[in-house]
Design a protein around this ligand. Structure first.
Ligand code: GDP
Length: 549
């Protein structure tokens, strides 16, 4: 089928679809409640009718099985990469939609979780328009949240802050606000102030109306928590000191200028803040409504030739993740693309910008674990999985004419460094081919220098799981046995040709070329780096922030 055979959706249809879409990711540290919140969001979107079979039992689950179990238990189809659901704002007390508009379409793109933190975790953030930073009320900012936040900042992704587990003892709202302001320079602008301290979550003071939204617990938190709206006078009568404290906090925030400002939010300076209990489904509706109201709809992007592609222009998409070997029975490779412009129809033939070759999209799918469902039509902001996408790598562009090519996805600051060595002597040629392939796919960063030669390149990764993927694929796909030998380096800096020779002479430092042309200096530890920075202030040593380049 040729793309001309397909009736292109009119610009007005596309514009309408774009306007109702929101594409976001949840960034959090393990255990902050991302899975529970995802389920709570699905509950509010009526994708599932009851929560609790999964999270009510209290035990920890693995990320993959969260989704698996959720699907098994609910009979819903969710993708491990993107969960799409419709949501119609309902208003505070209601089960009734507040408007006759079409429902919003929400795409929740999953950041691969927890133990398998890797470059993919960061790449996902190139596919979203907003992020929800989910924080445990008792723990505050944690390392993984910080790393992911830095990527959001670097990419200019606006962030909504959610303080979760407010039903459990934790810090005070002002303490949490201070911590966020001081440590990351993001100014929280609470949309609501919780009534009742952490551990005694009664409801929310709506800072825009001044009213009290009172929550009622449901058995095991398994269904949507009913809300009652009370006037300030009624709230005072019913909640006493807890209400007065919330009013005072809200006033204080107002005096400090911490009210929502859409422009500052979109500029990444402020962050609307919401207090939730994902477990009890408190504040979840408020989060969805904030996403719909404040998070930006998908926007066009600029190609490498500086040409702007508007969302209503012909189809284009960016590949942000490639997953190989999900199905062990055949060599399967799945590429996930985020649609940037136009309408996608399954079966259309698009062009792969990097090779100029046509790419057939007959097998476009929404993917969940081993289960896949076909996607027929999709719009900007949506995520579509392409099966058997052997030629596609993260950062690649697909388009229909006119041509567009988007800038590559940057490589991210690696923190783990290992040498890779072949153990089967006669497989050297295959080894090199495999390394080039895995490098091109973005599975891991490959670093080389003359000293080590090609036989033993150094692999650099954001998470150690990436190394395991390399050795496993070397064996299964290329039939090459390899071993990983951890190196004594823990951080990297970007340097240049002029500084490289001096750096290479230093103890505890090694200089490499990365395949994208960057020159990286690896350091044994931060003290070594600090020492060299002090000793040789003229050397170029640029930090690779979470999102480098
Ligand atoms: P993830 O690792 O971020 O996906 O976190 P989970 O959703 O698996 O939650 C980790 C633990 O915290 C689980 O035991 C949840 O039941 C619990 N949890 C999540 N959200 C809440 C909440 O709002 N309140 C309470 N009390 N527990 C929660």
């Amino acid at each position: 089928m040729s793309s001309e055979g397909i009736s292109a959706a009119s610009a007005s249809t596309i514009a309408r679809e774009v306007k109702r879409r929101r594409t976001f990711a949840i960034i959090s540290h393990p255990d902050a409640g991302k899975s529970t919140m995802t389920e709570a969001l699905a509950l509010h979107a009526r994708m599932i009718s009851e929560a609790g079979a999964v999270h009510g039992k209290g035990g920890r689950r693995s990320t993959v099985s969260d989704w698996m179990e959720m699907e098994k238990a609910r009979g819903i189809s969710v993708s491990s990469t993107a969960l799409q659901f419709n949501y119609t704002p309902t208003g505070p007390d209601g089960r009734e939609p507040v408007s006759d508009d079409e429902p919003n379409v929400i795409n929740l793109v999953d950041t691969p979780g927890h133990s398998d933190f890797s470059e993919d975790t960061y790449r996902v953030l190139t596919a979203v328009d907003a992020a929800v930073m989910l924080i445990d009320a008792a723990k505050g900012l944690e390392p993984q949240t910080l790393k992911l936040f830095q990527v959001c900042r670097h990419r200019g992704i606006p962030v909504i802050t959610v303080i979760n587990k407010w039903d459990r003892p934790g810090r005070s709202p002002l303490e949490l606000i201070d911590e966020i302001t001081e440590r990351i320079g993001l100014i929280p602008t609470p949309l609501y102030v919780p009534v009742g301290i952490a551990g005694d979550y009664r409801g929310l003071l709506d800072r825009r109306t001044g009213d009290f939204v009172k929550f009622t617990r449901t058995a095991g938190g398994s269904t949507i928590a009913p809300e009652t709206v009370l006037s300030p006078a009624e709230a005072l009568a019913s909640e006493g000191d807890a209400w007065t404290a919330a009013v005072e906090e809200s006033e204080l925030l107002g005096e400090m200028g911490q009210d929502h400002d859409q422009e500052m939010f979109l500029a990444g300076q402020t962050s609307p803040m919401i207090f939730t209990s994902a477990m009890l489904n408190f504040g979840v509706r408020q989060l969805l409504e904030a996403l719909v109201e404040f998070a930006p709809a998908p926007a066009g992007r600029t190609g490498i030739d500086d040409v702007e592609r508007a969302v209503t222009d012909p189809f284009s998409a960016v590949v942000f993740k490639v997953q190989a070997g999900m199905d062990s029975s055949h060599r399967d490779r799945l590429a996930y693309m985020r649609i940037v412009s136009g309408e996608f129809e399954r079966g259309m033939v698009v062009t792969h910008a990097q090779t100029g070759k046509p790419f057939a999209t007959k097998y476009a799918q929404a993917v969940f674990g081993r289960d896949r469902s076909t996607v027929d039509t999709a719009y900007p902001g949506d995520v579509v999985g392409l099966v058997n996408a052997m030629a596609l790598a993260p950062g690649d562009t697909l388009f229909t004419d006119p041509k567009v090519q988007y800038p590559p996805i940057p490589s991210f600051a690696p923190e783990h460094f290992s040498a890779l060595r072949v153990t089967t002597a006669d497989k050297y040629k295959q080894f090199r081919k495999a390394i080039d392939q895995l490098d091109a796919e973005g599975v891991v960063q490959v670093l080389r220098n003359d000293l080590r030669g090609d036989a033993s390149p150094v692999l650099a990764a954001v998470g150690p799981m990436q190394f395991e993927v390399v050795t496993a694929r070397m064996k299964t796909e290329f039939n090459v046995d390899t071993v990983i030998e951890p190196l004594g380096y823990s951080l990297a800096r970007r340097t240049d040709e002029a500084s490289a020779p001096e750096l290479a002479r230093q103890r505890g430092v090694e200089v490499f070329h990365r395949s994208d042309g960057a020159i990286l200096a690896l350091f044994s530890d931060k003290w070594r780096l600090q020492f060299i920075e002090k000793e040789f202030p003229s050397l170029t040593l640029a930090p690779l922030v979470a999102a480098a380049d």
